[in-house]
Design a protein around this ligand. Structure first.
Ligand SMILES: Cc1cc2nc3c(=O)[nH]c(=O)nc-3n(C[C@H](O)[C@H](O)[C@H](O)COP(=O)(O)OP(=O)(O)OC[C@H]3O[C@@H](n4cnc5c(N)ncnc54)[C@H](O)[C@@H]3O)c2cc1C
Length: 189
């Protein structure tokens, strides 16, 4: 992908079907989608691609586990499905990551064990790994500086981690391959 090629494309084209302002995850994803549908697509980014929030996220592709607590089941199902699609389509950028929740009260044990089993079931075939109960010793082995006072055990569950900046660049390259025009530093061409 060469910027000079894109500058020439922009100069020679005077009609666009879709113009996107901003080359973060949202804009680049829209560019792929629009170009894939055959629209003449232009994306303008004033800095570099993914210079903003899209290279500064927590880098999680989570399935929305925290929304389960609010009972927002449809959002969790959608997030789990999207996580699975990302893992399948970009396995080099998305990987399984395990998290351990230390348990200190009798109620938190069944609460997190059952909640995370439901999370596993909702992920279905797109799940990254099964959650499981850990003894106090296993929890301590996994989190060596965990607070020992009243520690009962823990629950390990799986979610996704990804490289946000590389994902954005991959989207830019894909949009380029679909003949979208993409300009970074678009203020000075
Ligand atoms: C602390 C934090 C942690 C997060 N953690 C996660 C996470 O773990 N997992 C997850 O999936 N999401 C996470 N997110 C959310 C995710 O990072 C954002 O939803 C996503 O990056 C937003 O992408 P965007 O393209 O909408 O915005 P941006 O990445 O900010 O892109 C907007 C772009 O528009 C450009 N722009 C603005 N105005 C103009 C203009 N006038 N002309 C040209 N260009 C312009 C900017 O330069 C910028 O590059 C997190 C967000 C934050 C803040």
């Amino acid at each position: 992908m060469q910027r000079s090629v894109h500058v020439e494309r922009v100069k020679s084209q005077n009609h666009w079907d879709v113009v996107i302002i901003g080359g973060g995850a949202s804009g680049l994803g829209i560019a792929v989608d629009a170009a894939n549908r055959g629209y003449r697509t232009l994306l303008l980014e004033r800095h570099d691609f993914a210079k903003g929030t899209s290279s500064r996220s927590t880098k999680l592709v989570h399935g929305g586990v925290r929304y389960l607590q609010n009972g927002d089941v449809s959002l969790v199902i959608e997030a789990l499905k999207e996580r699975g699609i990302m893992k399948q389509s970009a396995p080099h950028l998305v990987r399984d990551m395990s998290f351990v929740i230390p348990i200190y009260s009798w109620w938190d044990g069944p609460f997190y064990s059952v909640g995370l089993k439901i999370y596993d079931m909702m992920a279905g075939d797109l799940g990254l790994g099964k959650s499981q109960w850990l003894s106090k010793e296993e929890t301590t082995a996994m989190i060596q500086n965990v607070n020992q006072a009243e520690l009962r055990g823990g629950v390990v569950y799986h979610d996704g981690q990804f490289d946000d900046a590389r994902m954005a660049i991959t989207l830019a390259l894909t949009a380029d391959s679909l003949s979208a025009s993409l300009l970074n530093y678009a203020t000075d061409f």
